[in-house]
Design a protein around this ligand. Structure first.
Ligand SMILES: [Zn+2]
Ligand SMILES: [Zn+2]
Length: 211
């Protein structure tokens, strides 16, 4: 059964929120929660979708800013790799102060410490641990649809920065090699900017040629 992906680029720093759903069953999940809760909710209602969970790619505030609102309006749990709890703790105040915002830090939800799989209708969503941008950065992969959500690890024409606390340039290289092994036809939905494919990035991304 086909999967649809809708993007909402409304987070702080224009981070992408993705609404991913199986058309026949209406089962849905949300990837990242940087903003646009009301837009996503409107889409969920319009299509009569059944959201199951919110999956966070990492703990930076531009991807978690509205995680409490998302959990509340959709009535579902959010999940994050446990290695990014500390990133969330330390970077929330620091990151938001650059925007002149002071807000209590929300709970980011439940944690996993390995690479679990989630179910979306008849599809599997696999967690791939890809440290480097942060220690708990993960990508979410739907193998049968060859769809990959890369957060701030891989972008169209670029890769995630590793100079923030918890960043690791050696780790991101091995994470990117892992992603390159997923096959050229894999469609990549990054945490910022437009979609691409593994094949296009392998051929044209200057950072990938250096890993
Ligand atoms: Zn980030
Ligand atoms: Zn980001």
């Amino acid at each position: 059964m086909p999967i649809s992906v809708k993007v909402f680029p409304f987070g702080l720093l224009r981070s992408n929120v993705y609404l991913v759903f199986e058309e026949e069953t209406g089962e849905a999940l949300v990837i990242d929660a940087g903003g646009g809760t009301q837009y996503v909710l409107r889409e969920v209602r319009k299509r009569d979708l059944k959201p199951k969970f919110i999956l966070l790619t990492h703990g930076h505030f531009d991807h978690t800013f509205e995680v409490a609102e998302f959990r509340k309006v959709l009535g579902i749990d959010s999940y994050i790799h446990e290695k990014d709890l500390k990133v969330h703790e330390t970077m929330w105040d620091l990151g938001l102060s650059a925007f002149g915002i002071k807000m209590p830090r929300p709970e980011v939800g439940r944690c996993f410490d390995d690479e679990p799989s989630f179910e979306l209708g008849s599809h599997i969503v696999k967690v791939i641990h890809t440290p480097g941008h942060t220690p708990g950065s993960v990508c979410y992969f739907l193998p049968d649809e060859r769809i990959l959500f890369t957060g701030d690890t891989l972008f169209q024409g670029s890769i995630g920065r590793t100079d923030l606390p918890g960043g690791d340039p050696t780790a991101i290289r091995s994470s990117l090699r892992k992603l390159m092994s997923l096959g050229d036809e894999t469609v990549v939905y990054p945490g910022h900017g437009g979609k691409t494919t593994i094949g296009v990035e392998r051929r044209t991304n200057p950072f990938i040629s250096r890993i």
